[in-house]
Write a protein that binds this ligand. Structure first.
Ligand code: UDX
Ligand code: ADP
Length: 458
C-alpha cells in the first residue's frame, strides 16, 4: 500500500511511543515508524507486553501495529527512507562538567543529529519533540546544515505536553499543539507540513504556530508554572500544619477564584516525574548563563521547596514515631511518581525510601504498576527493602504506613483489618491526602496528613 506521508520517530519512550501510536491511529493514510537503539524496548513494543504502562495505550497499539505503525531498531535504514523525522530521545540533566546538575545533557540529541546527517541524501524536516534548552534547534540546524552534502534540513519545535497516566486523552484532545519554526519561507512551509499532520484530528484553533524560540521556551515555561503551583500549595501546607488551617479547604477556597482555577493545587509529599525538576533546572541554567540571576533564583526556589517538602515528610515520620525508625518496618503504599503509571523517575517515593533507609528502617514497597521499576532501582541495596504487591501483606507487622502515590485502590482498603495486623501504636502518614483521616483516627490510627493538624491518641 502507498502511504500519503511517511513519518519516523527516533526514541520509543514515554513520549515517542504514545505520540506516534496516536498519529498512526488518527492518520491511517500515513506510515509511522518508531526506532530506538534499545533492542529490548523495541522487542516489547512489538509484543503483548508494552514497555510502558499507560491506560488505553495497549488498545491503540494493537489496532494499528503492523498496519501503519511499526517499531524497529534499524535507524539508518529508516532515516534514509523518511523525510519527516520526529526526535524524542532522552535529554536528562547533565551529571558531569559544565552545568552539571542543571543543564540538559544533549549528547543523545547530538548523536541523533549526526546520525541523521550521515544517512541523509534528500531534504528532511526534523521535529524536536524532546524538551530541550531554548536555542537547541539553532544548534541542531547548524550541525545539520553545516555539511557539504547540499541537503536542506528544516528544524521544527513541536514540544509535547502530554502528562503520564492521561497521555492518551491528552494526545487525543490536546489543549493545544504548539509548532514553532524559523520565520523563513522554507521554515513556514515545513511548519505547515507538521500542522497538516495534527489537523487530521485537532481543530485549527488549537494549533498554535510560533517562532521556534517561543515554542521551545513555552514548554519550559509551562512546566515551570505547573510545578510552581505545586510548590506554592506545598509551602502553604507547612503553614497549615502550624496554624490548624486545612490545606484542602484552602486549596478549594482559592481554586474557586476563576483567575486561579482549581487544577494543580493538590498538596502532596512533592512533585516527581521526568520533566518538572529537569526542565526547571534547565531554565535556571539558561537564566544564569544570560546573567539573569534573580530570575534563576526565583525558579530554583520551586525545586528547593519541593526538596524541602520531601525532607519535611521524612522528618515528620521520624519525630512522630518517638524520634527513631531504626529497626521499624515502614510500609510504603505507592512508588510511582503519580497514579496510573509505572514510571518512578524522580518519584518522591525514592527520596522518602532512601531517607528512611538511612535511618535504618526496614521498608516494604507496594505499588500496582511500579514494582518492576522499584526492584530495578534497589537492585544493589537489597537487605532492608522488600517488595510486595498486596497492600494487606505489606501492612502486616508494620509500624507505619506512608501513602506516597494516589492510587485509587488505597482509598478503598479495609483499614480495620489493616490496623489489627500492624504493630501498635499504628501510624499513617498520608502524603497524598487521599484517605478519610477522621475515620482512620476513630479506628485507632495516629494520622498525619499534609497540611492538616495531626490526629493522635497520645
Ligand atoms: C508534566 C506536565 O503536566 C506535562 O504537561 C509535561 O508534558 C510533562 O510533565 P507529568 O510529569 O507526566 O507531566 O505529570 P503531572 O500530572 O504534571 O504530575 C507531576 C507531579 O506533580 C506528580 O508527581 C504529581 O503527583 C504531582 N502533582 C500534580 C501534585 O503533587 N499536585 C498536583 O496538584 C498535581
Ligand atoms: P521520554 O520520557 O522523554 O520519552 P524516555 O527515556 O522514556 O524519555 O525515552 C527516550 C528513548 O530514546 C529511550 O528509549 C532511548 O533508548 C532512546 N534513545 C536515546 N538515544 C537514542 C539514539 N541515539 N537513537 C535512538 N534512540 C535513542
Amino acid at each position: 500500500m502507498d502511504f500519503e506521508k511517511n513519518i519516523l520517530c527516533i526514541g520509543a519512550g514515554y513520549v515517542g511511543g504514545p505520540t506516534m501510536a496516536m498519529i498512526a491511529s488518527k492518520c491511517p493514510k500515513y506510515k509511522v515508524t518508531v526506532v530506538d537503539i534499545n533492542e529490548d524496548r523495541i522487542r516489547k513494543w512489538n509484543s503483548d507486553n508494552l514497555p510502558i504502562y499507560e491506560p488505553g495505550l495497549d488498545e491503540i497499539v494493537k489496532k494499528v501495529r503492523g498496519k501503519n505503525l511499526f517499531f524497529s531498531t534499524e535507524l539508518n535504514k529508516h532515516i534514509r527512507e523518511n523525510r519527516i523525522i520526529f526526535v524524542s530521545v532522552n535529554t536528562p540533566t547533565k551529571t558531569f562538567g559544565q552545568g552539571a546538575g542543571k543543564a540538559a545533557d544533549l549528547q543523545y540529541w547530538e548523536k541523533t543529529a549526526r546520525q541523521i546527517l550521515a544517512n541523509s541524501t534528500t531534504p528532511k524536516i526534523i521535529v524536536e519533540k524532546s524538551t530541550l534548552p531554548v536555542r537547541t534547534a539553532e544548534t541542531m540546524g547548524q550541525i545539520l546544515n553545516g555539511n557539504n552534502k547540499n541537503v536542506q534540513f528544516d528544524v521544527i519545535s513541536n514540544p509535547e505536553f502530554l502528562s503520564e497516566g492521561t497521555a492518551i486523552n491528552d494526545l487525543e484532545n490536546p489543549d493545544r499543539v504548539l509548532i514553532g519554526s524559523k520565520e523563513t519561507p522554507e521554515g513556514i512551509r515545513a511548519r505547515q507540513e507538521i500542522v497538516e499532520i495534527y489537523a487530521n484530528w485537532v481543530s485549527h484553533n488549537r494549533i498554535i504556530e510560533s517562532n521556534i524560540w517561543s515554542s521551545e521556551l513555552s514548554k519550559l515555561t509551562a512546566n515551570a508554572f505547573l510545578a510552581q503551583r505545586i510548590s506554592s500549595i506545598n509551602s502553604m501546607s507547612a503553614l497549615c500544619e502550624k496554624t490548624e488551617a486545612d490545606i484542602d479547604e484552602v486549596a478549594y477556597a482559592i481554586g474557586t477564584d476563576s483567575r486561579i482555577g482549581p487544577k494543580f493545587l493538590k498538596a502532596s509529599v512533592g512533585f516527581g516525574g521526568s520533566c518538572f525538576k529537569k526542565d526547571i533546572l534547565n531554565l535556571v541554567y539558561i537564566c544564569q548563563s544570560y546573567g539573569l540571576t534573580e530570575v534563576a533564583d526565583y525558579w530554583e526556589s520551586v525545586v528547593k521547596i519541593n526538596e524541602w517538602q520531601e525532607r519535611r515528610f521524612i522528618q515528620n515520620i521520624i519525630s512522630n514515631m518517638f524520634n527513631t525508625v531504626a529497626g521499624k518496618k515502614i510500609a510504603l503504599f505507592g512508588f510511582a511518581f503519580k497514579a496510573n503509571t509505572g514510571d518512578i523517575r524522580e518519584s518522591p517515593a525514592i527520596y522518602i525510601a532512601r531517607g528512611l533507609l538511612e535511618e535504618k528502617a526496614h521498608i516494604i514497597i507496594s505499588d500496582p504498576r511500579a514494582l518492576p521499576n522499584a526492584r530495578d532501582y534497589f537492585k544493589d541495596i537489597q537487605e532492608d527493602v522488600t517488595f510486595e504487591m498486596d497492600p494487606y501483606r505489606v501492612a502486616k507487622g508494620a509500624h507505619a504506613i506512608a501513602i506516597l502515590t494516589e492510587w485509587e485502590l488505597y482509598r478503598n482498603l479495609d483499614f480495620k483489618r489493616i490496623l489489627k495486623s500492624m504493630a501498635q501504636p499504628a501510624f499513617i502518614f498520608d502524603g497524598r491526602n487521599i484517605l478519610d483521616h477522621n475515620k482512620l483516627f476513630k479506628l485507632g490510627f495516629n494520622v498525619f496528613a499534609i497540611g492538616k493538624s495531626p490526629l493522635k491518641h497520645f
